[in-house]
Design a protein around this ligand. Structure first.
Ligand code: T1G
Length: 642
């Protein structure tokens, strides 16, 4: 786990603790001992700390969090590094995160590969840095940089880290050799003060109040970012030792919190999702892709494929539709340029990798085709008839359907083993969730390819069985029905939305429907009724039939003033629904949220019982990554598991 070799009078301590050199107890002990060994070695004048494998130390070992902390404790190890008789230089590649960056701050110097990044992501795990991250960072890089790094948890790339003073030098060649050379060079100059002894200037109270307001707004109920700000203020205004004690107490308090448990649950669920135990086939190599349909979904999927570097063929009905599809795609990339996510050149390169047309013969040699046309069975089946005739027999053919039965879509398709459902969420180039829906004839190789595609697109894959709405939309339907039941029982629409926003959702169920349009679900219900299913009338039906489809018709559950998207309680809606509403008990916001998230969990339990979802954490990932369920509550199944 730790090896020490020497380059003249420079010792090189190499950490090798796969997969990410996490700072488990054994590694902490190894580093603790290495300081003693090298302090006692008179032939050594300086030390380089470097890591094997994919990254520098990526933090404390999150798997230890549920257990009592074992010595040597990380803050003590960081102090020991700082007090070492010989100056240590951290040589960073990959990501020096959390405890990894705190160890690097215990070193007298930090050098990093230009491709590396450093960060303190602890708040994304519901905690604060627990080994001086909130106390040394302000002393190293100033309070403003520290507040941004610690309260957002966002890592910074090496070049930015250099400009902030978080690292001392950028390395572009051989990290080990250049770090040794750096360690030797700095011996010729006076050493910088250890970080813990450096002064720090605290901004005025008004600045801290501004930060608190901004973080409160952004955190929407998440507690760690605010506690991190509190630690940073103490670090800026109190002596080092007092600030360390405050940070440690805060860290231990949050580590035991419900929010930290929930965020760890999601952390591990996200890492388990791409590797389900039953996946036992080698995925096919996907080198080219096509999308049928250039509407909102098709263009979004094409953009996601281009973002992953795949050449894309975009197929539409005719030339006019092709041009519209290309314009939709260009708009997505132009938006990314406006937001600074892409340069003009990158956006142009994205477009250059797209071939568009209406002739299916273009698909003769494509590895993967994703259909994203209108949500109508006959339209989809016509597309797959053409695909079956023009694509290679081994080309993977996927449907993006969100409500139709993939078995019906693929009926009659030659080589049905290569067919699968890939349900993207809009906007498809942004939302990380991908529901993977195999049919009974989908081969394991095709299923494995679906999961590999998700990884290539940097998405979270969740396998779903076939039912109405798969996992996410089925739970959404139950959530909306339960919300309507509350309305029928006299709970005001606005109170329900406010309760769900207070619970951490970006918006409540009714304002969300007004935004997306009530007619989408209405058409699904009408389609099911036309197909002979017994679908009871909903309150939403009444509104759509009265022409109230949401913001697009200036009224749905709420009214909207022209040019204003702020929902206003509607007298018209109240009148339309009056006959369906009785006066029931007044519910608190907490009880509304408990009722609605309880309904989600109840539907989740049924979904598990039917084998539609493989494990509860998959359902939590669907809700967090597809439907805005607050990540720091862990998802509906985690919330009821207690
Ligand atoms: N502890 C334990 N295991 C970890 C881990 C960690 N910190 N980070 C990753 N793993 C496992 C992960 O579960 C997976 O395991 C494998 O490594 C590859 O991960 C005191 C208290 C480093 C950017 O939050 O952001 O330090 O599934 O698929 O895509 O102040 O992992 O293969 O068995 O994500 O290359 C702060 C979390 C901890 C960093 C690499 N550190 N990790 O991404 O690989 S709190 C973090 C990441 C802390 C101190 C506090 C990423 C990565 P398996 P992966 P990747």
């Amino acid at each position: 786990m730790i090896s020490i070799d020497r380059d003249g009078d420079i010792a090189i301590v190499t950490v090798d603790n796969p997969p990410v050199n996490a700072l488990g107890q054994a590694l902490r002990q190894g580093l603790w001992d290495a300081v003693g060994t090298l302090d006692a070695d008179d032939t050594i004048r300086a030390v380089v700390l470097i890591c094997a494998g994919r990254t520098f130390i990526a933090g404390a070992d999150v798997t230890e969090f549920g257990k009592p902390p074992m010595p040597p404790h990380l803050p003590d190890l960081v102090d020991r590094l700082e007090q070492a008789a010989k100056p240590w230089t951290a040589a960073i590649h990959g990501s020096a995160l959390g405890g990894g960056f705190e160890v690097a701050m215990g070193c007298r110097f930090r050098v990093a590969l230009d491709t590396a990044s450093v960060g303190l992501p602890e708040v994304s795990l519901g905690i604060v840095p627990g080994a001086s991250g909130t106390v040394r960072t302000p002393r190293l890089a100033g309070v403003e940089a520290a507040v941004d790094l610690v309260t957002t948890g966002r890592p910074v790339k090496a070049a930015k880290a250099l400009s902030l003073g978080l690292i001392d030098a950028l390395v572009t060649g051989d990290l080990r050799a250049e770090a040794v050379a750096f360690a030797r060079t700095v011996l010729t100059q006076p050493l910088p003060q250890p970080i813990s002894t450096r002064p720090v200037t605290s901004p005025d109270p008004a600045w801290w109040d501004e930060q608190k307001k901004a973080i409160t707004k952004r955190a929407k109920g998440e507690i760690a970012p605010l506690r991190a700000l509190d630690c940073l203020r103490v670090a800026a205004e109190k002596p080092f030792a007092d600030a360390m004690a405050h940070e440690r107490a805060t860290f231990l308090d949050l580590r035991a919190s419900d929010q930290a448990a929930a965020l760890r649950h999601i952390f591990f669920a996200e890492r388990a999702a791409p590797k389900p135990a039953h996946l036992n086939a080698k995925p096919k190599d996907i080198r080219s892709a096509a999308v049928i349909g250039g509407g909102t979904m098709g263009a979004g999927i094409a953009a996601a494929l281009r973002d992953a570097g795949l050449p894309v063929i975009l197929i539409e009905r005719d030339d006019e539709a092709v041009q519209r599809g290309l314009a939709n795609l260009r708009n997505i990339f132009d938006g990314a340029v406006k937001r600074g996510k892409l340069t003009e050149a990158q956006a142009q390169a994205r477009m250059d990798g797209v071939t568009a047309g209406s002739d299916y013969a273009l698909l003769a040699d494509t590895d993967l085709v994703i259909e994203a046309v209108f949500e109508d069975l006959s339209v989809k089946r016509a597309v797959f008839t053409q695909l079956g005739q023009t694509c290679r027999p081994d080309a993977i053919l996927a449907t993006n359907t969100s409500y139709l039965d993939p078995r019906l879509i693929a009926q009659g398709l030659p080589h049905p083993d290569r067919f699968i459902g890939l349900h993207f969420f809009s906007p498809a180039n942004v939302m990380k969730l991908l529901e993977i829906v195999p049919t009974p004839t989908t081969s394991n190789e095709t299923l494995a390819t679906g999961f590999a595609l998700a990884r290539a697109l940097n998405k979270i894959p969740v396998q779903a069985g076939i039912c109405d709405g798969f996992i996410g939309n089925r739970i959404l339907k139950r959530y909306r029905a339960e919300a309507e039941t509350l309305v029928r029982q006299g709970t005001p629409i606005a109170a329900i939305d406010a309760a769900m926003r207070a619970h951490g959702f970006a918006m409540g169920p009714f304002e969300a429907q007004d935004l997306g349009g009530l007619d989408i679900a209405y058409l699904q219900r009408e389609g099911a009724r036309a197909a002979g299913q017994d679908v009871p009338e909903t309150l939403g039906d009444i509104l759509v039939r009265a022409g109230r489809k949401g913001q697009k018709t200036a009224g749905g559950w709420y009214d909207y003033a022209p040019g204003d998207r702020t929902p206003q309680p509607s007298e018209t809606t109240a009148a339309l629904l009056a006959d369906h509403i009785t006066t029931g008990p007044v519910l608190t916001a907490e009880s509304i949220a408990a009722r609605l998230t309880g309904a989600m969990a109840a539907e989740g339990k049924a979904i598990l019982a039917e084998g539609i979802a493989l494990k509860p954490s998959d359902i939590d990932l669907v809700k967090v990554h597809g439907y805005g369920y607050p990540r720091w509550r862990g998802g509906p199944m985690f919330a009821v598991a207690g």
